[in-house]
Design a protein around this ligand. Structure first.
Ligand code: ATP
Ligand code: MG
Length: 394
C-alpha cells in the first residue's frame, strides 16, 4: 500500500494573522528536520492553508509516521493517494482502486465528503459525492451510505490533482518547537525532569539543559544516563545544548560548612544560580524543573519558595500538580521511563540528610549561606569554567 502524500492537520485555531505564518513555517521546518533521519525523499509544502508531505519515491511508511508523531503542532496525519484529474469517470475508478487497497471488501457505512478547490471542475461537490458514492455501492455490495454517523468518512479533494484520504493517525498536538521561546531545563537522571522538558517543548519551547554531576560520587554511567535521556527528549524538542557542571566541590563545601538538614535546599539554591548563569548565556527566558508539590522534603511549598528565592528569571514547573503516577504515564509514553529507572546514583541522594528540613525559612537559608563566603565565589567560578558542553541531537 503506497500513499503519495501525508496531509498534516494542525489546530490551535486561535492562531491568526502573522502568527499563523510563523506557526506554519516553524511546523514545516520541524517536519523537515524530523524527516531528515528517515530514508526516502520528501517534499514538505504549504498549500493554501494546509501542509503536505509529498513522498514521490519509495519510503518506509511506518518509520515516516513514527517520526511525524513526534512533531509538536501536528494534530492529525492523513495518508493520501493522489490521482491525475481525468474527469469523473476516471475518478470513480481511481477511488475504487483506493478503496480496494485501503479498505478491501469494505462492508460498513460510509460517507463521501468532497471539496472542490478547483472551481473549473464541471461537477459540484455534491454531484461528485453522489456519483462516486454510487460507484462504491455498485462495486462493494456490503457497503452502505450513512450521511449522519458514517463509520468511514472518505475525503475527495479536487485540486490540480485528485486527493483521496480516509485514514488518520493522531499527532502529539501542542505548538511547533521554536514558536514558544527558549528555556533551560534542569535535567537529572530521574523520572520527572525529562517529562517536564517534554511538556515545555510541547508548548513550542526550545530547550537547553544543565546537569549537575558529582564525580566520583556519581559515576560516568550516571552521566551517560542523563545524556541518553536528553537524546530521547531531543527526538521531540530538537537539538539540546547540555551543560554538564562539575558540582562536587560545591557540594562538599556546603556539606562542610552548613547544617546538614539544610543541605538539600542550599545545594538546590546553588543549582538554580548556576542554571540561571547558563540560561543567560543561551538567551533562555526561564528555568524548567521536574518539581512536584510534596513529592519529597525539598518540594514542599516552603522549600520551593526557599529555592526560588535565588532566581531572577521565571521558573517553570510543568509537573507541579501531577501525581507521580501521572508523570510515570507520560514518561512511559514518551520513552524516557526505562532509562530514568536505571539504578545509578544521583548527586542529590548522596549528601542527603536523614531528616532534611521540610519548612525552611528563606532568612535562615540566606544566613546559612553566609558561612560559605570564604570560598564559594571561587568554587562557583571554577564550576562555571569547567562545565562541559555536549550538543545533543545535532
Ligand atoms: P527527577 O525525577 O526529575 O530527578 P526528583 O523527584 O528526583 O526529580 P529532586 O531530586 O528533588 O526531585 O529534584 C527536583 C528537580 O531538580 C528535578 O526535577 C530537576 O529538575 C532538578 N535536579 C535535581 N537534581 C539535579 C541534577 N543532578 N542535575 C540537574 N537538575 C537536577
Ligand atoms: Mg532526582
Amino acid at each position: 500500500m503506497v500513499f503519495h502524500a501525508l496531509l498534516i492537520k494542525y489546530a490551535e485555531i486561535a492562531i491568526k494573522g502573522k502568527n499563523r505564518y510563523l506557526f506554519e513555517d516553524a511546523l514545516v521546518s520541524r517536519i523537515k528536520s524530523a524527516l531528515k533521519n528517515v530514508e526516502g525523499k520528501f517534499q514538505v509544502e504549504k498549500e493554501s492553508g494546509r501542509i503536505y508531505v509529498h513522498c514521490p519515491e519509495e519510503y518506509d511508511y511506518d518509520e515516516t509516521i513514527a517520526a511525524l508523531t513526534k512533531v509538536f503542532g501536528i494534530v492529525e496525519i492523513c495518508p493520501v493517494m493522489i490521482f491525475e484529474d481525468n474527469g469523473i469517470e476516471r475518478m470513480g475508478e481511481d477511488v475504487l482502486s483506493y478503496m480496494r487497497q485501503v479498505h478491501p471488501e469494505y462492508c460498513g457505512t460510509f460517507k463521501i465528503f468532497t471539496r472542490r478547490a478547483k472551481k473549473s471542475f464541471p461537477l459540484t461537490s455534491m454531484e461528485v459525492s453522489a456519483e462516486i458514492g454510487g460507484k462504491i455501492l455498485d462495486a462493494m455490495p456490503g457497503a452502505s451510505v450513512d450521511v449522519h454517523h458514517p463509520e468511514l468518512l472518505l475525503h475527495i479533494e479536487i485540486r490540480d490533482r485528485i486527493y483521496v484520504y480516509s485514514l488518520s493517525v493522531r499527532g502529539p498536538g501542542g505548538m511547533p518547537v521554536g514558536t514558544g521561546g527558549r528555556a533551560m531545563l534542569l535535567l537529572s537522571g530521574g523520572i520527572d525532569s525529562p517529562v517536564a522538558g517534554y511538556l515545555m517543548a510541547k508548548r513550542g519551547v526550545v530547550l537547553d539543559a544543565v546537569y549537575f554531576h558529582a564525580p566520583p560520587y556519581t559515576s560516568e554511567r550516571a552521566k551517560q544516563k542523563v545524556i541518553d535521556l536528553a537524546k530521547i527528549v531531543a527526538e521531540y524538542s530538537g537539538p539540546i545544548r547540555l551543560h554538564v557542571v562539575n558540582f562536587t566541590d560545591i557540594q562538599l563545601y556546603i556539606y562542610e560548612k552548613c547544617p546538614h538538614d539544610e543541605l538539600t535546599i542550599i545545594m538546590r539554591r546553588y543549582m538554580m544560580r548556576i542554571a540561571e548563569h547558563f540560561a543567560g548565556k543561551c538567551r533562555s527566558l526561564g528555568l524548567v524543573t521536574g518539581e512536584s508539590i510534596g513529592q519529597v522534603a525539598s518540594q514542599t511549598m516552603r522549600s520551593l519558595a526557599a529555592t526560588n528565592d535565588v532566581c531572577t528569571i521565571p521558573v517553570y514547573r510543568p509537573v507541579i500538580a501531577f501525581d507521580k503516577q501521572e508523570i510515570v504515564e507520560i514518561a512511559r509514553k514518551i520513552g524516557t521511563f526505562d532509562t530514568s529507572v536505571l539504578p545509578y546514583e544521583d548527586c542529590c541522594t548522596i549528601f542527603v540528610a536523614k531528616h532534611p528540613v521540610t519548612q525552611p525559612q528563606i532568612k535562615t537559608m540566606r544566613a546559612s549561606e553566609k558561612r560559605l563566603s570564604e570560598k564559594i565565589d571561587e568554587l562557583m567560578t571554577t564550576a562555571l569554567e569547567t562545565t562541559e558542553v555536549i550538543e545533543i541531537g545535532e
